[in-house]
Ligand binder design. Structure first.
Ligand SMILES: Cc1ncc(COP(=O)(O)O)c(C=O)c1O
Length: 478
């Protein structure tokens, strides 16, 4: 593991040189008050310039990213993020704006937000958006507050949200946070919803059903229209968790399937990579009859001028300071413009093809509970490995030794020893083949040398950590 700066420090070394002063040097002790003077040396590391350069270069090589390796992380969609989008979001005219500037000086930024909203409406089939929510889960929460405000305005008491077990884990959490009671619904063994079972739980106090499409098993809800008919007949709303929209771009629109409210994870579908807790954006889209309840302000245009509309008496109010995570919104807009309609469709097609290609190889080696077809990601069960005492965790750790980022494991909860794989749409066939061969090699090792897997990883800066302690008691400084 790379040593700390203070561990490579040698007294007297330095990595800087400053020109001789061209003004008389004064003693700080004579010009500063005593309380401002340091009593002890600051204890800064002393390092030569070459060593300092090497230290940071070595550290930079320990970063893991799509620009260095294959990233098969399921559920979190490690989207290719063209560096040009980073550049665009950092243009000084965008990066140096201040949210307290007057609208007159923010016309360009407001136009970006206005146009992004229009594009998202077109892509999803919705009528209006709010770009405020800063994450998918916050989008869910916002969407559910809108559902609540809608039923309150109609004086209808609807207190329940139906959430299938194939939905993302944040769905029930967001519904509970928004004050709803959760009605859990079991999906079929292939992860698909049975409309007859939906009808059984559709009582007249149900506000909405929250569906993740494609769901957490990576499959499309083929009976979605039958579900929609039953839900709307009951006076309830259809909520679409659009974090997996990556699989549907330009092919199918949630708005056309009858969804009333949705959120989109821009940081999963449109350029900004997910993970590491970085900034995200979870815009919420609604059908026209719900538009008045969206958070304020909304961006509007009158003649040639953009403005922020605060005159929304039915709005649920703000859900975030200012106007959302602006750079993430800029990147998404740049990605949409650069791809164009055809390009976005190809993104989805390629994501689906790549995932199915890997599934066609790996699905022969481990059980695939949802069958041999998937959308942009798929789930395998490592249950058979446990016969040798090897767990999915060990498989994922061993992949690190071969230079791969570990796939998502133990999610979704409905699959025993789950391992969830999602190749990025930009991967070549050769890269997918190499990953598949490595995966198969590890499955062989699991049979012939299970201890090797249990003691992996060995080639990483740190080997196996105590996962619980690392999460509960992280050591973040020395
Ligand atoms: C299907 C689905 N829904 C919701 C979320 C929550 O999004 P966020 O992590 O931005 O809160 C995720 C996260 O990746 C997701 O995969």
């Amino acid at each position: 593991m790379e040593k700390l700066l203070k561990e490579i420090s040698v007294d007297g070394y330095k990595a800087y040189s400053v020109p001789e002063a061209d003004v008389p040097i004064k003693d700080p002790g004579k010009i500063l008050e005593d309380k401002l003077l340091r009593k002890k040396q600051p204890g800064l590391p002393e390092i030569s310039e070459a060593e300092l350069n090497r230290h940071f270069t070595r550290l930079s090589k320990e970063n893991y990213a799509l620009s260095t390796n294959f990233y098969p992380l399921g559920s979190c969609t490690m989207k290719y993020n063209p560096p040009v989008n980073e550049k665009i979001s950092k243009l000084s005219g965008l990066a140096n704006l201040h949210p307290y500037q007057s609208e007159d000086t923010l016309q360009g930024a407001l136009e970006i937000l206005f146009e992004l909203e229009k594009n998202l409406c077109e892509i999803t089939g919705m009528d209006a958006f709010s770009l405020q929510p800063a994450a998918g889960a916050q989008g869910e929460f916002t969407g559910l507050l809108i559902a609540r405000a809608y039923f309150n305005s109609k004086k209808e008491k609807r207190t329940k949200i139906i959430v299938p077990d194939s939905a993302h884990g944040t769905n029930p959490a967001s519904a509970a946070l928004a004050g709803f009671e959760i009605v859990s619904l079991k999906s079929e063994s292939n992860g698909i919803l049975n409309p007859a079972k939906v009808k059984e739980v559709l009582t007249n106090d149900v506000a909405a059903i929250m569906l993740t499409v494609p769901n957490t098993l990576g499959v499309f809800e083929k009976d979605i229209l039958a579900v929609e008919e039953a839900v709307h007949k009951n006076g309830s709303l259809m909520y679409y968790d659009g974090a997996n929209l990556n699989a549907l771009l330009g092919v199918s629109r949630p708005g056309n399937m009858g969804f009333d409210i949705l959120h989109v994870n821009l940081h999963k579908t449109f350029s900004t990579p997910h993970g590491g807790g970085g900034p995200g954006a979870g815009p919420v889209g609604v059908k026209k009859f719900l538009a008045d309840f969206l958070p304020y302000p909304s961006v509007k245009k009158s003649s040639e001028k953009y403005f922020l509309n605060y005159n929304m008496p039915k709005s649920i109010g703000r859900v975030r300071s200012f106007y959302g995570n602006f750079p993430v919104l800029v990147k998404a807009y740049a990605y949409i413009l650069a791809s164009g309609a055809e390009g976005l469709k190809r993104v989805s097609e390629q994501a689906v093809i790549n995932a199915n290609y890997l599934l066609s190889i790996l699905g022969k080696k481990l059980n695939s509970p949802a069958g041999n077809r998937c959308m942009h990601e798929f789930v395998l069960s490592g249950k058979d490995l446990t016969l040798n005492g090897v767990r999915t965790l060990d498989l994922a750790k061993r992949l690190l030794d071969y230079g791969y980022y570990a796939p998502t494991i133990y999610f979704p909860l409905i699959v025993e020893e789950a391992i969830m794989i999602e190749p990025t749409e930009t991967e070549t066939k050769a890269a997918l083949d190499e990953f598949a061969q490595t995966f198969i090699k590890i499955l062989e090792e699991a049979k012939t040398d299970p201890e090797k897997l249990k003691n992996s990883p060995q080639n990483t800066p740190v080997t196996r950590l105590n996962e619980v302690e690392a999460a509960r008691k992280p050591i973040l400084h020395w």
